[in-house]
Design a protein around this ligand. Structure first.
Ligand code: SF4
Length: 62
């Protein structure tokens, strides 16, 4: 699985990075992005939790 962060929807709240820093980090625009092409199996649950917790639904599983 991959995770895509819609940069137009991200409000830089940091919640996804708190929940799953192994997958989500800040980029140069101070928005969240996925640092991995393929989410490692051991972090899939955390990555989905981060997506569900995003207040603007900016994170999509692709
Ligand atoms: S939880 Fe959503 S709005 Fe908050 S930093 Fe992550 S992608 Fe952006």
């Amino acid at each position: 699985m991959r995770m895509d962060v819609d940069q137009d929807l991200c409000i830089s709240c940091g919640a996804c990075i708190d929940v799953c820093p192994e997958v989500f980090q800040w980029n140069d625009d101070e928005k969240a992005h996925s640092t991995v092409d393929e989410v490692p199996a051991e972090y899939e649950d955390q990555a989905r939790e981060a997506a569900e917790g995003c207040p603007t639904n900016a994170i999509k599983e692709v």
